[in-house]
Design a protein around this ligand. Structure first.
Ligand code: FO1
Length: 316
């Protein structure tokens, strides 16, 4: 592990797409990913950590890239069998993916902390970057909606993010602290990146872990955020809906406002170029470029832009 790593605050698929570009710009061994675990869920006795797994699978080159989550070429035989036994089958686990959850759950039952299990999985699957959960203890993202009080996965997968959201909140924060390695990774980092993930339910849970916001705020001068919104729309998921529910501007400027105290650099899409002046006026150094992360080349270029942004001399 590099003495001065690049630390990345990461959610699921948006972060994973960005990271597969970043590992082509920065040596993978120098990257520490700090992953959201607010989406984690106990499901039929298994502990599922979707964002950690998504990042792991993408960096291992085994992700189902069109679906975004799970493993390429996976089958769903166990899932089909489970569906005959129970009505609780709305959250799908692939057969090979199941091995990850069995392994993780067994190790947790043996008393091994989540950060160590996450490292074991990454190592065994051939990932050269370090992947850390934001916290070893459970922090759960929940939403008060017009369809009731829901776990994030109930809102996202079961209800397909249709319910109107009144409030996002977290349980477990009082007992939580950053997982071992997280504080060091941010403090020692030469660069901190906020991946193009949903600010409300992917990045915010990481910042809610006691001590994290202060830590990132203290690292502001070396932190760059990449906008997850392109042309006023999220590439995937309810980013715009949740920002609106929180009373924020649901666009790149709203994201920049949200990260103003945390980041000194901001990468936004050319489709949002009209927002560049007000974003720069918030005190950011900015880069405007295409930020779609569809393929490897574009992911590498977006990552290179984020990595270089604070290295360049300030414009006159
Ligand atoms: N997303 C879905 O839309 N439907 C699913 O059935 C589903 C299952 C699933 C299983 C394991 C896993 O790691 C992720 C899974 N996801 C599924 C994705 C997940 O709900 C979200 O992508 C993240 O939590 C948001 O980042």
């Amino acid at each position: 592990m590099s003495a001065r790593p690049v630390a990345v605050l990461a959610g699921g698929v948006g972060a994973a797409r960005f990271l597969r570009g970043l590992v082509r710009v920065v040596p993978p061994e120098e990257i520490t990913v700090i992953g959201n675990t607010g989406d984690d869920m106990w499901w039929h006795g298994l502990y599922i950590a979707p964002d950690l797994d998504t990042v792991t699978y993408w960096l291992a080159g085994m992700a189902d890239e069109s679906r975004g989550w799970g493993i390429q070429g996976d089958t769903f035989t166990a899932q089909a069998a489970l569906a005959r036994l129970t009505d609780r089958s709305w959250f799908q686990l692939g057969d090979r993916d199941l091995a990850t959850h069995l392994y993780r759950t067994g190790r947790l039952a043996a008393g091994v902390p989540l950060h160590r299990i996450t490292a074991e999985l990454a190592e065994r699957l051939g990932v050269r970057s370090r992947i850390l959960p934001m916290s070893d203890t459970r922090v759960e993202t929940r939403l008060r909606t017009d369809a009731g009080d829901l776990h994030f996965q109930e809102y996202f997968v079961r209800e397909r993010w249709r319910p109107a959201v009144r409030e996002i909140y977290w349980t477990g924060l009082d007992e939580a602290c950053p997982a071992p390695g997280v504080v060091d990774a941010i403090e020692a980092a030469r660069l901190v990146l906020i991946a193009p993930s949903n600010p409300s339910i992917s990045i915010e849970p990481i910042l809610r872990v006691p001590g994290m916001r202060e830590l990132v705020r203290a690292a502001r001068g070396k932190t760059v955020a990449v906008s997850p919104i392109i042309g006023g729309r999220a590439v995937k998921g309810p980013t715009v809906e949740l920002m609106r529910a929180e009373g924020l501007r649901p666009d790149a400027l709203g994201v920049a406002e949200r990260y103003q105290e945390l980041a000194a650099g901001f990468v936004l899409d050319t489709a949002d170029a009209a927002l560049a002046p007000p974003i720069a006026a918030l005190g950011y150094r900015i880069a405007v470029r295409e930020t779609m992360l569809d393929d490897l080349d574009s992911a590498r270029e977006v990552a290179a832009t984020a990595v270089d942004l604070l290295r360049q001399p300030a414009a006159a």
